[in-house]
Write a protein that binds this ligand. Structure first.
Ligand code: AMP
Length: 287
């Protein structure tokens, strides 16, 4: 497996691959890989001739008081893990390579970015779209792989692909979890022992709310039960706990087909997110 650090190297690989009429699967990540990322890569490898994983902690999606500087990084470890699941190339550019000049054109996410994570992280999704659009143009993948863990991100990227006609198939992979239900995340390393013990309460609360919704369709009651479970079982602060239609992220009505139940909770300084997506008929919905 090769690690590419410049756009020129990446473009050459893409050109050679296209010349050989081979398909490309792209897995965008910020690195510090875990099983969630590796599952995305396995899908990319299975469904394409060449799998390219980007590893780039993108500064434009972090707010001024967020964890850009301290975000965990370990390219040597990531390289081994990516190779173990058959990734063909890692693209790991420096910030200056991706953003050599300031103040250029920005893409602005629309209404879907005004709530949930977008409300507490202003500008976050504009930064995500900026880097994803650049990666799409650089890699020109046939398919791009994203995790349902970041359900709002998936919904917003789907809208960009539709509105800006990217000729790319988006593939969404279910959330990969620890045995106790905690969604795998690079940020889980920030948790101390107590916080780690409390963290599975987020998923438990979402499951409880899902059952309530399925039984009674009572959004308020479902939210109240989930809030209580988190408050009773953690020292955390709830950033949001929401029930919306998916992927359009509107209020739930009788016509809503798919529902996302999403939460962001601060355990200490660590902000954890999780969600479940389902239809009111009970089966897991396709994203
Ligand atoms: P990140 O490195 O956190 O930006 O994540 C890169 C990609 O991996 C995104 O599409 C995430 O949604 C996905 N991802 C992160 N954690 C998980 C997980 N636990 N299960 C599935 N996909 C994940």
């Amino acid at each position: 497996m090769n690690v590419l650090t410049t756009i020129a190297q990446l473009r050459q690989v893409v050109l050679d691959t296209k010349n050989q009429h081979q398909t490309i699967g792209l897995v965008p990540t910020m690195g510090y890989l875990h099983e969630g990322h590796l599952t995305l890569a396995q899908h990319a490898k299975r469904e394409n001739d060449v799998a390219i994983m980007s590893i780039f902690v993108n500064p434009t999606q972090f707010g001024p008081n967020e964890d850009f500087e301290s975000y965990p990084r370990d390219l040597a470890r990531d390289t081994k893990l990516a190779a173990s699941v058959g990734v063909d190339y890692i693209f790991a550019p420096a910030v200056e390579e991706m953003y050599p000049q300031d103040g250029g054109i920005r893409i602005r996410a629309g209404r879907q970015a005004e709530l949930l994570c977008g409300a507490s992280r202003p500008g976050h999704f504009d930064g995500v779209l900026q880097v994803v659009a650049k990666l799409f143009n650089l890699v020109q993948p046939d398919r791009a792989y994203f995790g349902q863990k970041d359900a709002q991100q998936v919904a917003i990227i789907q809208t960009m692909v539709r509105d800006y006609n990217f000729p790319i198939e988006l593939r969404v992979v279910p959330v990969v979890r620890e045995e106790d239900g905690l969604a795998k995340s690079s940020r889980n390393v920030y948790l101390n022992e107590t916080e780690r013990t409390q963290a599975p309460a987020i998923q438990q609360a979402l499951q409880l709310a899902k059952c309530e919704l399925q039984e009674t369709q009572d959004v308020k009651k479902a939210l109240a039960l989930a809030t209580k479970l988190i408050e009773d079982n953690t020292d955390g602060n709830i950033d949001y706990l929401s029930i919306l239609s998916y992927p359009d992220l509107n209020e739930v009505t009788v016509d809503t087909e798919q529902i996302v139940l999403a939460a962001a909770v601060y355990l200490g300084k660590t902000r954890l997110i999780d969600n479940v997506i389902f239809s009111l008929k009970g089966e897991m919905a396709h994203v």
